[in-house]
Ligand binder design. Sequence first.
Ligand code: SF4
Length: 267
Amino acid sequence: MVREKVLTPLEIYKVLEQSNCKRCMLPSCLAFAAAVISGQKKLDDCPMLTEEEKVNLSATLQKRSTATPEQSEFMVKLLEKIQTIEFSHRAPEIGAKYVDEHLHVVSLGKVFRINAKGEMRSECHIIPWVQAPLLSYVCHPTHQSVTGTWSSCRELNGGIEWQGLFTSRCEAPLRQLADANPDLLADIVDLFMAEEVEGFDADIALVLYPFPHIPILICYQMADGDLDSELTIFFDECCGSNLHIKSIYTLVAGLVKMFENIAKNHY
Ligand code: SF4
């Protein structure tokens, strides 16, 4: 899996006193961490940080790319929300396991362990496009089991507005990648515990599980004579009940970026 790092509010939060003393004029240490990432607060605004902690954090801040204020705010809301969730009840609803007070969620064949604060551990690095959608998946207010019925992006809740972006940022680049790298989709099956499936009008059709109840079907038809290649991504009908459409888009756009990196490094 591609190794990328992103600075999240949680990484700053871990270094803070976590007392929510409000001396930084914000309601909580988590809010302060998000404000630092978005540039609305400076590390100096927390009087509880030592000089050494500030130097180390500033070096990290300078090295890594930062999230937008909107993304940081979204992460903070998710981290606050996850602390209210009873993992032992939520685990079976979302196809996860509850082990030693952690949620174990399988994403593309890899186990992600999430603790009550929303901190994640995995055998691979936590990549940014997985982190927010995964927390969002765990926190989502409704959950439906996998149905086996496939829908296009526009047929999901709120999907019509996202179809244009989805086509241009997800389906089109993945089609170009598959055209240029004939082995890519077959390799994805092996690399990410996908399933090759029959019964679709495609040269290759595979089902990926970014999260247990978010199955994604990729159908690819190679170019043939004057006919261009075609690639369409479908979602199990349950996806619209299990994750907000914006998180679904983030997830698939992140997947496509990861496949681009794989193609760049391996072919
Ligand atoms: S001043 Fe520091 S310790 Fe106090 S709430 Fe703000 S970030 Fe947390």
